[in-house]
Design a protein around this ligand. Structure first.
Ligand code: ADP
Ligand code: MG
Length: 394
């Protein structure tokens, strides 16, 4: 068991907290402040506990000097001040005397935010390569370290992994919630467990498919991925998306797990990926040479319904079709409808999948929606996350 924020005595302690404040930002204007809002719980807990709070985060990618003005954390500190009703003092440096003086002058309940940790990537990728000297330096600024950045747990950076090796460390509330909810679905889930995997490319999700067939009772392969399976089975897939490098993988895994893997029975095919394209419903054996599979068909939708409605746990990543185009969105829309009425426990992850559930009015309150695309996928692969591994045990 990993320590969490409440396992520390934080009073008068200098607590360094790694947040995920990587919000969409253009010309200094924050386009969506969800991530800032989500990080407030742990910060407020630390303030109420009379800690001195030092915030670290990355923002965007820093490849040259120009990126610095685009991705300064200054506007983020300002927005956080407004949300907290409290000054978040922004220090426009990642290290040096200004940082050290500001920290030495802190009183309990003070909050400061250092500049974007990735500014250190301009000195030879020190942050992204988890440089030991930089990690040690950041650790020297505090007494305790809390990681509340779920979205970067699968990366090994100085501000989330390196620093934790030099300080007593714990999970923040966000990380704790994500890790517990996802682990529960993966290891302690009520059966039947159904994993629905869609999206564009098989190669992005090979690791997830491999783990899913081990842990689940049914693995629904949907979206753009079935066509590589179909090709491996010798069907004509026309101009549908195929991942040629993954054909052997699909053939092997389908041979071994034929009883678990559910492929679509029928499909909507189109002449082109466009709202104005002609479409037709076809069974999977009859895709024409010039046709593109863009959505699942009605028999497949009914099949999904019967599987979803008898599941006790459902994990979903990846849409069932090119849902961005409304003509091709029926399968994904219907899946959301079934998920809205099932009493199963649900875990949903993936950037596009989250766009889809927002678009199609997902309203099941029994679901956990994971905020971290890459990190949640690596958990689904059964991998250990470096940012989590390094946190102190209870
Ligand atoms: P997530 O971000 O949720 O992990 P992915 O990025 O793997 O999901 O996949 C989402 C993308 O898959 C969407 O942009 C969608 O248009 C695409 N997609 C779904 N079905 C198909 C298909 N039949 N052909 C091509 N692309 C598809
Ligand atoms: Mg995506």
């Amino acid at each position: 068991m990993k320590k969490n924020a409440t396992d520390f005595k934080v009073k008068n302690q200098k607590v360094i907290i790694r947040c995920d404040l990587n919000v969409p930002i253009k010309n200094g204007i924050i386009e969506d402040d969800t991530r800032i809002k989500k990080s407030l719980d742990t910060i407020e807990y630390l303030i109420n506990g009379n800690a001195k709070v030092i915030i670290l985060s990355h923002l965007g990618r820093i490849k040259d000097e120009n990126d610095k003005s685009l991705y300064s954390l200054k506007p983020i500190a300002k927005r956080m001040s407004e949300l907290l009703y409290k000054e978040v003092k922004f220090i426009p440096f990642t290290k040096g005397v200004e940082v050290e003086d500001a920290i030495n002058n802190m009183k309990p309940q003070d909050v400061i935010m250092l500049e974007n940790t990735r500014f250190e990537d301009l000195n030879g990728n020190l942050e992204s390569k988890n440089d030991m000297e930089l990690s040690k330096y950041w650790a020297s600024l505090g007494d305790l370290f809390i990681n509340d950045a779920f979205g970067t747990l699968h990366r090994s950076h100085a501000s989330n992994v390196g620093i934790a090796t030099f300080l007593p460390s714990a999970m923040g509330f966000l990380v704790k919630e994500e890790v517990e909810k996802i682990s529960e679905c993966l290891t302690n889930s009520k059966k039947p467990l159904v994993v629905i995997l869609g999206g564009a490319k098989v190669s992005d999700k090979i690791g997830v498919i491999k783990n899913a067939v081990e842990i689940a009772d049914k693995v629904i392969i949907t979206g753009g991925m079935p066509y590589t399976f179909f090709k491996s089975l010798g069907y004509n897939v026309g101009l549908s998306i195929v991942d040629n490098d993954s054909i052997d993988f699909c053939k092997e895994i389908y041979k071994k797990y034929r009883d678990k893997i559910v492929l679509p029975i029928d499909l909507i095919v189109a002449q082109s990926i466009s709202e104005y394209s002609q479409t037709r419903l076809t069974n999977r054996e009859n895709i024409g040479d010039k046709e593109i599979g863009v959505d699942i068909g009605t028999a497949t939708i009914n099949l999904y319904k019967s599987i979803v409605m008898t599941a006790a746990t459902i994990i979903w990543n990846g849409p069932c079709g090119v849902f961005e185009i409304s003509k091709f969105s029926n399968g994904t829309r219907k899946l959301v409808e079934f998920l809205n009425i099932t009493s199963a426990k649900i875990l949903i992850g993936g950037g596009d999948t989250i766009s889809a559930i927002n678009k199609f009015e997902f309203k099941n309150t029994n679901a956990h929606i994971s905020t971290g695309g890459g990190a949640s996928l690596e958990m689904l692969e059964g991998k250990e996350l470096p940012g989590l591994k390094v946190i102190s045990d209870k």
